[in-house]
Design a protein around this ligand. Structure first.
Ligand code: DHB
Length: 309
């Protein structure tokens, strides 16, 4: 039994798409709704629609992916309309990613989501690495604390944050303190892509994506250990909040690892982009078989029970 109930929502299984993958249009969202996903999340939205960065802006490699999409999205009203028409009673839970270009934009969108009073979970994105000239806010602890304090005033329900990966225990501690100081935070999604990597095509002696002279967010196998470290560290530093694990999940094995490290539910990015929604049924079934092998009946039998030496 893969069922999981958290923050007032009920999921048949712990799998969600990672925001950005297969969730920009109603057609893509509907395909996810009809997939094996336990819930779905919309593409990070901005106040106004955006075309995003010039193409090519995504490339896959043997070990994962690089992207610099640049927040192409239909504008928050489009996703809010989708959520208003969504059958929340009978359908799988709906999460919505918000990624404003400024504090003001984030406040305007979060106020609109508050006003709509829909049974959705908002994931506020603090970690888009692909806007030329704009730093990832999650790497500025002061700015993150200010943003969360302001958002909490206009959005009066629990919400989550999508974090960039951290690489130092001092930084885990600083961000955990910021989140600990914000009672509205119900969940933390770890991790966004490892920002500003560089993939090189040896034969062409070239970068593989056009924006930022080839720099882009790295996902897939490359990021699994970093994702697991972030999940484990935030799960144990923030008891009472939920962690969504994201990074390097492409089979039941990595999904199990994320949950063992403390994740309540998990998101699938690169693998979903590469394989399409059928991978969600496969990963779900692999997780079932792995749990059977190990003699676990439910996710709570092993969640957060990672052993240390
Ligand atoms: C984009 C990439 C991200 O990693 C993110 O969190 C939001 C947007 C993008 O390039 O579209």
């Amino acid at each position: 039994d893969l069922a999981v109930a958290w923050l007032g929502i009920q999921m048949d299984n712990p799998l969600i798409n990672a925001s950005g993958v297969m969730c920009r249009t109603v057609e893509e969202l509907e395909a996810l709704r009809h997939s094996a996903a336990g819930a779905l999340i919309t593409k990070s939205c901005t106040l106004e629609p955006r075309k995003g960065n010039p193409e090519p802006r995504y490339a896959s490699t043997a070990l994962g992916s690089i992207n610099s999409m640049g927040l192409p999205n239909a504008g928050y009203r489009y996703y809010l309309d989708y959520a208003r028409r969504y059958d929340h009673e009978h359908g799988k839970p709906l999460l919505m990613s918000v990624s404003g270009m400024s504090l003001e934009d984030n406040l305007e969108m979060m106020a609109a989501f508050d006003e709509a009073a829909l049974p959705v979970l908002v994931e506020l994105n603090l970690s888009c690495p692909n806007l030329p000239g704009k730093p990832q806010i999650g790497y500025d602890f002061e700015a993150s604390a200010r943003l969360l304090a302001e958002v909490s005033k206009v959005y009066r329900r629990p919400f989550g944050v999508k974090l960039p990966p951290y690489f130092d225990p001092v930084h885990f501690g600083e961000m955990a303190d910021v989140l600990d100081g914000c009672p509205s935070i119900g969940f933390v999604t770890c991790i966004n892509s490892i920002g500003n990597g560089l993939v090189i095509d040896l034969e062409r002696e070239s970068v593989v994506i056009r924006p930022k002279d080839g720099l882009g967010g790295i996902g897939g196998d490359y990021v699994l250990p970093t994702a697991l470290a972030n999940v484990r560290e935030f799960a144990r530093r923030l008891p009472g909040r939920h962690v969504i694990g994201c990074g390097g999940i492409r089979s039941g094995r990595e999904a199990f690892m994320h949950i063992l490290a403390g994740a309540t539910v998990v998101q699938v990015g690169t693998c979903l982009y590469e394989e399409g929604p059928a991978c969600l049924a496969r990963i779900r079934d692999e997780l079932v078989y792995l749990m059977q092998d190990k003699g676990y009946r439910t996710l709570t039998d092993f969640r957060g029970r990672l052993r240390t030496l």
